[in-house]
Ligand binder design. Structure first.
Ligand code: ZN
Length: 366
C-alpha cells in the first residue's frame, strides 16, 4: 500500500506519505503556510493514534515560510504527541562556508533549529550521519533505504545551492538581531516570536492562450532558499514519485542525467515551487516520463500555479497529461475549459473536498 496525500497547504506544501502494512509507516514532508497546521495538518494527525504518530521521517525541504511554518507549530504543540525517527532539514550548520569574507534567510530556520536541538531530535542521521542532506560533488546520487523496501534517491540540493543559502540565511537573521547558532540568548529574549499571517493580494484571473504562454521567455528562479530544497525520488513497490520541494528545475534535470536516464519514469510528480513560471521549465518536463503532475497552491501570495508553467506541462507532459490541482482557485479553474482540454489533450483534476487536498492510493487502502 502506498498513499500520498497532498494536504491543502494554502500557497505552500504539506505532504503525508503512508506505505507498507502492519504496521503502516509514515513520512511527513513540510508543514505548509500559516493557518495550515490548525486547519489541515493537525486535524489529519489527530485521526492517527499516538503510536501511529511515530513517523519514519520528517522532511523540511527548505526554510521558506510556506514549508516550515506548519512544522514549527507542530513541534510547539504540546497537545499533540508527534515523533519522527529522523528529521531531514538543512540548518545553518549544514551550509558550507563560501570562500571570501564572512557574510550573515533563515530566521525561521534558526527557530526550527532551536526546537530540534531543544528536543534532542535525530537530525539528518538516516543516510547522512548528521551532515547536510545534499548531493555530493562527485559519485552517485545518495540512495537511502527505509524499512519495508521504500527507497529515497536525493535529487537536490547541490553543495553550491547550500552555499548560496548561507548568505541569505545570515541576512534574514539580522532582521531579528540574532547570530546563527547563538540560540540560547535569542530564545531567552523572546526573539523567536512567530510572525503573523501576511497580507494577501487578490489574484487576477485571465483566460489562458497556450500558444502565447509557450512563447513567453523563460528565466529560472534564482531564490537561494528554493534552490536549497531537499528534493527526492520515492520508490516503493515499482511506484515512483518525485517530490521536488521548491527546487530549481536545472538541478532536477542534472540529477536526472546523473541517474543515467534520458527521461525519469514517474507515476506522480509534485512539481517544484507550486508551479511557478521560473521553476517549471520545458526542459524539466521534457526529462520526465510521467502522466500525473501535481500543483500544490491555492494561489494566495504569488498566484501559483502560473499559466506559463501549466502550458509547459500541457505541451511537453506526454500524450495526455493529467493536471492535479489541490485547490479550486481562479488560477486553477481556468484550465477546466472543455475547448482547451479537447484541443490540447489534457485532463484537469480538482479536489473532491471543498477545502482542497488530493489523495493518491496505490495498492490496498486499509
Ligand atoms: Zn514554497
Amino acid at each position: 500500500m502506498f498513499r500520498l496525500e497532498i494536504l491543502p497547504a494554502r500557497y505552500g506544501d504539506c505532504i503525508l506519505l503512508e506505505y507498507g502494512s502492519d504496521p503502516v509507516r509514515r513520512m511527513l514532508i513540510d508543514g505548509g503556510a500559516p493557518g495550515v497546521y490548525k486547519r489541515a495538518l493537525k486535524p489529519r494527525l489527530q485521526e492517527l493514534s499516538d503510536s501511529e504518530r511515530e513517523f519514519e521521517l520528517l522532511v523540511v525541504t527548505h526554510v521558506d515560510y510556506d514549508h516550515i511554518r506548519g512544522i514549527i507549530e507542530l513541534a510547539q504543540d504540546d497537545s499533540l504527541p508527534f515523533t519522527a525517527k529522523d528529521v531531514w532539514f538543512n540548518g545553518y550548520r549544514h551550509l558550507p562556508q563560501p570562500p571570501g569574507p564572512k557574510v550573515l534567510a533563515g530566521k525561521h530556520g534558526e527557530l526550527l533549529t532551536d526546537i530540534i536541538l531543544k528536543n534532542g531530535h535525530s537530525w539528518n542521521c538516516h543516510g547522512f550521519n548528521g551532515n547536510a542532506v545534499v548531493i555530493p560533488e562527485s559519485g552517485v546520487l545518495p540512495r537511502i533505504e527505509f524499512d519495508e523496501g521504500l527507497t529515497i534517491t536525493l535529487m537536490g540540493p547541490t553543495i553550491p545551492m547550500l552555499t548560496d543559502l548561507r548568505k541569505d540565511w545570515e541576512k534574514s537573521c539580522l532582521d531579528i538581531d540574532i547570530t546563527p547558532g547563538e540560540l540560547e540568548e535569542a530564545r531567552a529574549e523572546g526573539r523567536f516570536a512567530l510572525l503573523g499571517d501576511e497580507e494577501e493580494t487578490p489574484p487576477e484571473p485571465e483566460r489562458p492562450d497556450i500558444e502565447q504562454l509557450l512563447r513567453e521567455e523563460y528565466t529560472e528562479d534564482h531564490s537561494s532558499a528554493n534552490g536549497s530544497s531537499i528534493a527526492f525520488l520515492v520508490e516503493y513497490d515499482n511506484y515512483r514519485v518525485l517530490l521536488a520541494g521548491d527546487a530549481h528545475p536545472s538541478t532536477l534535470v542534472e540529477s536526472i542525467k546523473h541517474l543515467g536516464d534520458d527521461k525519469l519514469k514517474l507515476d506522480l510528480c509534485k512539481l517544484p515551487h507550486h508551479g511557478s513560471r521560473g521553476s517549471v521549465s520545458s526542459d524539466l518536463i521534457q526529462h520526465l516520463d510521467c502522466e500525473n503532475y501535481i500543483f500544490s497552491s491555492n494561489g494566495d501570495q504569488f498566484q501559483h500555479p502560473h499559466p506559463e508553467a501549466v502550458a509547459r506541462v500541457i505541451e511537453h507532459g506526454g500524450d495526455k497529461p493529467r493536471l492535479w490541482f489541490n485547490y479550486c482557485s481562479d488560477e486553477t479553474l481556468i484550465w477546466n475549459d472543455k475547448t482547451l482540454r479537447n484541443a490540447y489533450g489534457y485532463e484537469a483534476c480538482y479536489p473532491e473536498e471543498e477545502n482542497g487536498g488530493l489523495l493518491f492510493v496505490q495498492g490496498d487502502d486499509e
